[in-house]
Write a protein that binds this ligand. Structure first.
Ligand SMILES: Cc1ncc(COP(=O)(O)O)c(C=O)c1O
Length: 404
């Protein structure tokens, strides 16, 4: 391959970057909207969006301008002092539907660490520390969030697990209720499971768990790191269900790629974490907060949630038609623009086939092709995506026919 940028970058990775990710064979150098460009100049339709991060697409001008302006003014002063942007961001988050207060951090795992600490601190005087999490969940790669992660493959090699986590079956209320005891502090779930295979909570599951938590003086915690920030068609994923948690975590799309995470606690639990009990040096810097403020303002200005619901209707409908046509596809599920195309076989080869055709998509669980495009994706790009997906499954069907 005569691509000096690729060759140079690849050799630097080999020598200097710890290989905790499978080695990629592509270098992206530029992005704009729902499209990214590799070092050879090839364009890709991006339905991965940096794993549900770039919800306004790549390099949205309003976010880029806000980052540029704030970077020239004030980047960081620490939380020993106030900056103007952090409380503005907190106000916007609250005004989008969750009354309480915010703690800012840098990633999804760190936000979930905050949720876990909040629940333990709230329960500490009553000797409550256990958290009921869900099988097939994913909450992050730090030791506490790994211990809370239901899929055991992520924990392999890091024993012993941090104690205090029990696992119920997602969408099985009785399995949650069966784990409650006098030590239970909280129930933790993703309203729509992401890494586990794009699995939405059943319509009545959050409400029943909410009632269980209220009866037993336990916190209900929602991990909205992937499914929050409009991804499912409402600003907060819980708004789909009308069931507010006591606290929730966010990250990914909050900064459209600029790293920032947040813990939101309801008024009742807003004073559990007191000075000295929790902190993060980089949490809510002026720069990160300015980026996230610009993201939220752009959602409102460009009516992004309406776009999510319109495009979702189109994609779900068309993908449902493909399901009828190609037996390889056994289901289509999800909410908003968090869509899982369920296959009867591993999804990774289909991601690779789509990439060959110039489209990025993800897998989830083992057999799910996950589509998480930018939330402001155009109708034309959705049509293109469906056409490419159809090509892949048509070629796959033809190949299978030849082999039989
Ligand atoms: C639901 C959920 N929680 C937490 C995380 C961890 O976020 P991060 O990688 O930013 O630590 C992820 C990442 O995929 C996620 O999907």
């Amino acid at each position: 391959m005569n691509d000096p940028v690729y060759e140079k970058t690849s050799s630097l990775y080999d020598k200097y970057v710890m290989q905790t990710y499978p080695k990629a064979d592509i270098v992206f150098v530029r992005g704009q909207g729902s499209h990214v460009y590799d070092s050879a100049g090839r364009e890709y339709l991006d339905f991965a969006a940096g794993i549900a991060v770039c919800s306004l697409g790549h390099c949205h001008p309003a976010v880029t301008a806000a980052i540029r302006e704030q970077a020239g003014k004030l980047v960081h002063v620490s939380n020993l002092y106030m900056n103007e942007m952090q409380p503005r961001l907190a106000q916007k988050l609250v005004e989008h539907g969750f009354d309480g207060t915010c703690f800012f951090c840098n990633s999804g795992a760190e936000a979930n660490e905050g949720l876990i600490k909040l629940a333990r601190k709230a329960g500490s005087e009553k000797g409550r520390f256990e958290i009921i999490a869900m099988k097939d969940s994913f909450h992050g790669r730090t030791l506490a969030t790994l211990a809370a992660t239901g899929r055991s493959k992520y924990r392999k090699g890091f024993a012993p697990d941090m104690p205090g986590f029990k696992f119920a079956t997602f969408n099985d209320f009785d399995s949650v209720a069966a784990l409650v005891n006098e030590k239970t502090a909280a129930v933790l779930m993703e309203p729509v499971q992401g890494e586990g295979g794009v699995i939405p909570a059943d319509p009545d599951f959050p409400a029943r768990v909410r009632e269980l938590c209220d009866k037993n003086d336990m916190l209900l915690l929602f991990d909205e790191v992937q499914c929050g920030m409009g991804r499912t068609g409402t600003f907060y994923a819980w708004q789909n269900y009308g069931v507010a948690p006591d606290a929730l975590s966010m990250a990914k799309a909050l900064g459209n790629g600029f790293p920032i995470g947040a813990v939101l606690a309801s008024r009742k639990y807003s004073h559990v974490l007191t000075p000295g009990t929790h902190a993060s040096t980089f949490g809510g810097t002026a720069l990160a907060s300015a980026a996230a403020c610009a993201v939220i303002d752009t959602y409102d200005k460009e009516n992004v949630l309406a776009n999510v619901n319109e495009r979702s209707g189109y994609l779900m409908g068309r993908l449902g038609e493909l399901k009828e046509k190609y037996p390889r596809i056994t289901g289509v599920r999800g909410k908003g623009l968090m869509i899982g195309v369920v296959l009867d076989c591993p999804a990774t080869p289909y991601c690779a086939a789509l990439r060959e055709k110039g489209m990025l998509a993800l897998s989830a669980g083992e057999n799910v092709l996950r589509l998480v495009p930018p939330l402001n994706v155009s109708q034309a790009d959705c049509e293109r995506a469906v056409a490419l997906i159809e090509e892949v499954f048509a070629e796959d069907a033809a190949k299978n026919q030849q082999n039989n």
